[in-house]
Design a protein around this ligand. Structure first.
Ligand code: LUZ
Ligand code: MOS
Length: 749
């Protein structure tokens, strides 16, 4: 089934925040962000801005009726700066005017004087200063200290990954519309409507029931709107609250890039130990996460780094410690993979470095140590592994041995071009690591004409979740998909939702839809049984026809729906789902946190131009564990997009803050993302149908985040090509592998 939005997307008819028709009297906001990354506000003069044309009012923290606090995990993040600013772009004042242009013009007239304080941008410096967001955490399996003594090969090093700009096509924004009795309706470009509602209620000092957050769809989220859509929505709501007028703010691209947090950069130390047969016996890693100025989601991101520190390998002795370091950058946040990719990069770097030292290829170490069913992850969960099936199938399907020979031949025959290849196995845990978040609800109405309306907590952000929700309802009822309509995501229809995140949205909300539909269906079957004088257990519906013991009857879906209504049977239901069997004890750092894992293997081939340092990606060939996909088109789209986004992070996307904490890569001319010319020339995805029982909706495994990590393979393929040109190159493990770094590596002495 096609994505239900494909037709309206193509025709430009899909409705995003900026497509919502404006209500008469709408005012427009703009944020004045701190020009300094750290300091004490000495003076804030709003008078010239207030006098500026079209300005209605300027809001600061003094206008907050409730609390000036939006921290989600740790209450350390003021909505507006009060006397201290701790990142460049930190909101100081919200100007509301009669037009966007007037609001933007007024911002330039605000005068601020700041006494500078020391700016820290390096997480290792922050750790030295003991400036941590939360206490460090350590995951342990076995005894790595003891195991290192038994190792024949011990290798250590440093691995670094930079941040990543989310670059959702639709920037952050919201539109607040005052309603009667003090209620406010907010159209928000958020992955987490309940997070917006909850923090807005606290800031405004009103009950949550006054606040409807309504989301039709987002033009992309990628984690950037899991927690960070909140402030913009509250600014609008705060102004609407005071002015009793609709207020809208959607950020200019450069404001968005400057003021919002990104993927957490990490700087990490590793030590890896192997025996003579290349078994990895011991692994130690210390992660320094650059959290930025506030906790935001960083503690949860940190946790997912630890959960993924051994990627797709079984290592019997592991000690992994993670520090969340407070710096003067915008608070960094969720980004597709959520700390997992940062952890997985480090173990891949450790394996690559060990291979070099030992004089084997990384391939051999990777293959030898793939996790098997029954092996224990460092956090105590036992694997139900598809690692080997994916790995082995990728070798045969894509003829790895032949490719390897071809590349060796090419490299022997060419001086100015070198090819490189890598293997990238992935293993990603599916569930929110915070157990309580693994719940969802859905509201299903069957109307008396047989049509169906479904609301869930899932936010459509281009990933196709609404198509999957619709498929669940039409499959359970066995009716034409055209009979089902998906509603927008509203906090007034579905309450207390978890954000659409963690790759778990289709699973959690899909199961809630399934439960709701099944409950309605059970009641309808009782009605059918009464009409047909049989038992309800004998009744089923197939393609809109009521069957008894698999034999078709004369009764249609439409007839049965109407008959149920006439008999005063409820045709509405709210389904609730909470993932069973997951648990985690943070005091021991052990448990069974994930419903299941997703596996896969990517083979990446690249060619480096050894004169220029430029490169092209010849192929990324993937065998991916889909379980049993419920929508191959959508899932393929997720894999393709994830791979390209991962490649962007690993190769060209380079976030640069200067020493003053100012973002230099603050526009699309200085921040390069993959375009059609930089995607792999070949991108093949093989659907491995895996049969192990799992908790995925219809056994169709989560697909949102896992493929991003295939992109890590490109870094190592490029590195291998550099080494083919200059075996003595000391090129390290610092992503992204930009052409500049490649060039330096090629000619490194
Ligand atoms: N968000 C979150 C996530 O709050 N918890 C998670 O475990 C998670 N994982 C991936 C992406 N977002
Ligand atoms: Mo996400 S990083 O699943 O919002």
């Amino acid at each position: 089934m096609k994505n239900i939005d494909s037709y309206t997307h193509t025709r430009g008819e899909s409705i995003y925040l900026d497509d919502v028709p404006l209500t008469q009297g709408t005012l427009f906001g703009a944020i004045f962000g701190s020009p300094a990354a750290h300091g004490k506000i000495k003076k804030l003069d709003l008078s010239a801005a207030m006098a500026s044309e079209g300005v209605v009012r300027i809001f600061t923290w003094k206008d907050i009726p409730g609390v000036n606090q939006i921290g989600g995990i740790v209450p350390d993040e003021p909505l507006f700066a009060e006397d201290i600013v701790d990142f460049n772009g930190m909101p100081v004042a919200f100007v509301v005017a009669t037009s966007v242009e007037h609001a933007q013009a007024a911002i330039k007239k605000i005068i601020i004087e700041i006494d500078p304080l020391t700016v820290v941008t390096d997480p290792r410096v922050a750790r030295q200063n003991n400036s941590l967001i939360v206490p460090p955490r350590t995951f342990r399996l076995g005894d790595s200290d003891a195991a290192f003594k038994d190792c024949v090969h011990v290798v250590e090093g440093i691995a670094e990954t930079n941040g990543q700009e989310h670059l959702y096509i639709e920037t952050q924004g919201a539109y607040a519309l005052p309603q009667e009795h003090g209620a406010i309706k907010v159209i928000s470009s958020t992955q987490g409507p309940t997070a917006v509602q909850r923090h807005m209620a606290k800031v405004l000092g009103v009950p949550m029931h006054q606040l409807e957050i309504d989301v039709t769809r987002l033009g992309g989220g990628f984690g950037g709107k899991e927690d960070q859509a909140t402030s913009w929505a509250i600014f609008c709501a705060l102004a609407a609250y005071h002015l009793k007028k609709p207020v809208k703010y959607s950020l200019h691209r450069m404001e968005d890039m400057r003021m919002t947090g990104k993927r957490n950069p990490y700087s990490s130390d590793f030590r890896i130990g192997l025996d003579a047969e290349l078994n990895i016996l011991a692994y130690e890693a210390t992660f320094h996460q650059n959290a930025g100025a506030a906790a935001d989601l960083s503690p949860a991101v940190l946790e997912r780094t630890l959960f993924h520190c051994t990627n797709s390998y079984f290592i019997p002795n592991v000690t992994a410690t993670a520090y969340s370091c407070r710096t003067n950058l915008p608070p960094n946040t969720a980004f597709r993979g959520f700390g997992g990719p940062q952890g997985m990069f480090v173990i891949e770097a450790a394996i690559a470095k060990a291979a070099e030292k030992i004089g084997v290829s990384a391939f051999e170490i990777q293959q030898k140590n793939l996790i098997k069913s029954g092996d224990e992850f460092p956090y105590g969960q036992l694997a139900v592994s598809e690692a080997l099936p994916c790995w082995n199938r990728s070798l045969s399907l894509f003829d790895h041995a032949k490719k390897k020979k071809e590349i060796e031949k090419f490299n022997a025959e060419n001086i100015l071009y070198k090819k490189g290849m890598s293997m990238m196995p992935i293993c990603f845990g599916i569930s929110f690591t915070k157990i309580l978040m693994n719940q969802a609800r859905a509201l299903v109405h069957v109307y008396m004409d047989g049509s169906v309306n479904v609301s869930t907590g899932a936010v459509e952000m281009g990933q196709g979740v609404n198509t999957k929700m619709l498929q669940v309802a039409s499959t359970i009822f066995s009716i034409d998909p055209a009979k089902v309509k998906m509603n927008s995501t509203s906090t007034f229809r579905v309450a207390n939702t978890s954000p659409s995140a963690a790759s778990a949205t289709a699973d959690l909300n899909g199961k809630a839809v399934q439960i709701a539909c099944n409950n309605i269906l059970d009641r309808m079957k009782t009605v059918a049984a009464d009409i047909l004088k049989c038992s309800a257990t004998e009744v089923s519906i197939k393609n809109e026809i009521v069957h008894v013991n698999d034999a078709a009857t004369e009764i249609s879906w439409d007839f049965l729906v109407l008959e149920s209504y006439l008999r005063r049977i409820s045709l509405s239901e709210s389904g609730h789902y909470a993932t069973p069997d997951i648990h985690f004890d943070a005091s021991k750092e052990k448990g069974h946190p994930f419903a299941y894992h997703v596996y896969g293997t990517a083979i990446t081939e690249v060619t480096v131009d050894c004169l220029r340092g430029t490169y092209k990606i010849d192929a990324v060939n993937v065998v991916h564990d889909f379980g049993t996909t419920m929508n191959a088109l959508i899932d393929r789209g997720q894999i393709e997009g994830g791979i390209v986004q991962g490649i962007g992070w690993m190769t060209m996307e380079e976030i640069v803050y200067d020493e003053a904490g100012r973002l230099r890569s603050n526009t699309l001319s200085t921040y390069k993302v993959p375009d059609i010319y930089s995607v792999p020339q070949m991108l093949e995805i093989d659907f491995l149908e895996t049969k192990n029982d799992n908790l995925a909706i219809f056994r169709s495994k989560a697909v949102g985040e896992p493929p991003l990590m295939y992109g890590i393979g490109t870094f190592f393929a490029l590195r291998n090509a550099v080494k083919a040109f200059n075996p003595k190159s000391s090129i390290g493990f610092s992503a992204p592998m930009t052409p500049e770094k490649v060039l330096m590596g090629l000619y490194d002495k």
